[in-house]
Design a protein. Structure first.
Length: 644
């Protein structure tokens, strides 16, 4: 018979079994949470954070993929994910998407889980919210609670139109138009309050109606001044922009569209006219009329071809007669430039056209000039004249430096002197009074000087604004309108007298015809001694006009006169530097500077049309080493100076 165990042994066994059972329970519990059993933590991350949705149309849908990462060594547990309101923004456009966790989500160590949040707006209101996640990573958020901002770009209108409309070349007096489209590329209605034209009356705008079923636009005469006040998303309208220039010069304008686009309430379209192309201008290109001319005697007219562009070259390939009027019209061969010829901006060339009538009748012909002006590539100029047995008047032109009484047909002068012209010695053999027609047919590039008080005066004056050669032609007419058979030409050579003469001229593309007192641009010429600093007392400039034997004669503020620095007796072996400071653009933008060096009355260096794009730039041109012979050195760089 088996004996029962002692009670103390039975009690000890029961205690052992109880301990083993408790150990099993604890072990089983630990198997369900490695972070607890092993003490290894999870490491939560979320991408993107914050969550931002791009702008989409009402009713459309976009999904953002959200990635939960666990870079820790323990399991990551997400016990709650919900979308909460944030301020006054609505959360009604956000919806759970693919793989949205239900219940508790567990992400193993070094793993990721991705799901989607959907954005589907139904109204043009502000949407936003918070995505709240509760995790077992207590190192993030508030004891494991993480709030991620949800934002959207809102449903706004957005205006779109070409930022610039350009008319490369429209001849003076003609009108052309271009179409521009205004569109709403946003996601809410675009409300247009006004469309305003400004800057120049040579531009205007009109609004055609809708195109017909074949896509044809109504003719311009049906245009109105009415534009749509509202554009739905993806809706657009067309406007017709017109350009009718009074001159061949470049010009600018601006269209401003006022709307409810929150980022561009004042949307501007820049308008450019007659910019970026060659431009030809010819004497009397609408028709050259010799009027009445003496039988069997040649009457000559000087014809000037000019490049009226401030920034582009003009190439002339042909000058010929389409119709010589039965042999009465001809080109004087020795006067013709060698073709093809390239004219730089504002440069000109001359030739002589002759009319020799052979009977008392009217003659007609045609002159043809070919160039690369896109608007006037083929110029066909009518020629007219009438033979007469009257005797043509005689033109006599002379000139002198103002203040002197020595009149000549050719004279030397200095820059900035005024020339007194004289045509009063002209006469008509028939005894009638004569009238006068002066014209500057040749001048240095950059000269803007004009005859004063008018070209019809018997004794006008001409101010020599820059160094170079000027040619002034005189034609006289008798009381019947008969022109002098031969014009008379005065030639003036403006030559600097100083050892060194530095000249600065400039043009302003946006102000083709600046006038003193108008809003031109202000460039300043600087001349530096070897021991000086720019803007110091050993430099010549507008604030220090005389130093070390050099002087500045003019401080021009509008670009209508040159700035000249003169220097006599420079020191042997010394180098003098030349610079140009863009002091103020007065809102006109780019200026193009030309610098010339004259040494002992000879032009030795020229740099044309250097582009200075903004105020406060300083262009270090280079300079002159006064040696035997003098040497020009070139730097051509923008540098920093203390000038302001």
């Amino acid at each position: 018979m088996k004996r029962p165990s002692p009670s103390y042994l039975r009690d000890g066994k029961n205690l052992l079994l109880l301990a083993l059972a408790l150990l099993f329970v604890v072990g089983s519990s630990a198997c369900g949470d490695d972070s607890i059993s092993s003490g290894k933590p999870a490491a939560f991350s979320l991408n993107p954070n914050p969550i931002s949705f791009q702008q989409i149309a009402l009713g459309e849908e976009i999904a953002e993929t959200i990635i939960i990462g666990n870079s820790g060594e323990g399991a990551l547990r997400i016990t709650s994910i919900e979308i909460l309101q944030n301020g006054s923004a609505s959360i009604d456009a956000f919806y759970p998407g693919n793989n949205w966790p239900e219940g508790t989500l567990e992400v193993p160590p070094n793993s990721e889980y991705d799901f989607q949040l959907i954005y589907r707006p139904e109204q043009p209101i502000a949407y936003g919210g918070i995505l709240r996640l509760v995790t077992n990573d207590t190192s993030v958020g508030n004891q494991g609670t993480v709030d991620v901002n949800i934002s959207t770009q809102g449903l706004n209108p957005e205006i779109f139109s070409p930022p610039t409309i350009s008319f490369p070349r429209v001849p003076a007096g003609e009108e052309q138009w271009k179409l521009a489209q205004v569109a709403n590329i946003g996601q809410a209605p675009l409300l247009i309050e006004d469309i305003v034209m400004s800057g120049n009356s040579e531009f205007r705008v009109s609004f055609p109606g809708a195109r017909d079923g074949d896509g044809v636009l109504p003719p311009p005469e049906q245009d109105t001044n009415e534009f749509p006040s509202e554009l739905a998303p993806d809706e657009s309208f067309e406007m017709r922009v017109w350009f009718n220039p009074a001159t061949d010069d470049p010009t600018t304008g601006e269209i401003t569209i006022y709307s409810n686009d929150p980022s561009r309430e004042e949307f501007r379209i820049n308008l450019n006219g007659n910019s970026g192309s060659a431009c030809i201008a010819v004497t009397d290109e609408d028709g050259i009329d010799f009027n009445i001319a003496t039988l069997d005697r040649a009457t000559n007219r000087t014809i000037t071809i000019s490049n009226c562009s401030p920034g582009s070259e003009l190439n002339v390939s042909e000058i010929a007669l389409n119709d010589d009027g039965g042999g009465t019209f001809s080109l004087r061969p020795e006067s013709l430039p060698a073709l093809p010829i390239t004219l730089l901006p504002r440069e000109s060339a001359n030739f002589v056209l002759t009319y020799t009538p052979d009977e008392i009748t009217t003659h007609e012909g045609e002159l043809r000039i070919l160039s690369d002006d896109p608007a006037k590539s083929v110029l066909e100029i009518p020629l007219m004249g009438q033979g007469s047995d009257s005797v043509c008047p005689i033109a006599v032109a002379t000139a002198t430096i103002q203040g002197s009484n020595r009149y000549q047909e050719e004279l030397a002068a200095s820059p900035l002197e005024t020339i007194q012209l004289n045509g009063s010695d002209s006469s008509d053999p028939d005894g009638t009074n004569v009238t006068y027609e002066w014209s500057v047919i040749s001048r240095p590039v950059g000269s803007l000087s004009q005859l004063q008080p008018s070209s019809a005066n018997a004794q006008p004056t001409l101010w020599l604004d820059i160094a170079g050669t000027y040619e002034v032609e005189l034609v006289v007419y008798d009381e019947l309108g008969m022109a002098a058979c031969e014009s008379d030409i005065v030639r003036i050579n403006a030559v600097p007298e100083d050892d060194i003469h530095i000249q600065l001229t400039w043009t302003i593309p946006n102000v083709p015809q600046p006038r003193r007192g108008s809003a031109g641009t202000d460039l300043d010429l600087h001349y530096l001694s070897p021991t000086g600093t720019w803007g110091g007392n050993q430099a010549v400039w507008y604030n220090n006009t005389r130093a070390f034997g050099a002087s500045l004669d003019i401080d021009d503020l509008w670009g209508v006169a040159p700035e000249n620095i003169n220097h006599n007796d420079p020191g042997e072996g010394l180098a003098y530097s030349v610079g140009v400071h863009y002091y103020s653009d007065r809102g006109n933008g780019e200026s193009k500077a030309t610098v010339r060096y004259y040494i002992s009355q000879q032009l030795v260096y020229e740099y044309r049309d250097k582009s200075l794009t903004q105020a406060k730039q300083f262009w270090y041109v280079g300079g002159i080493l006064w040696s035997n012979p003098p040497t020009v050195f070139v730097r051509d760089e923008f540098i920093q100076t203390a000038l302001r």
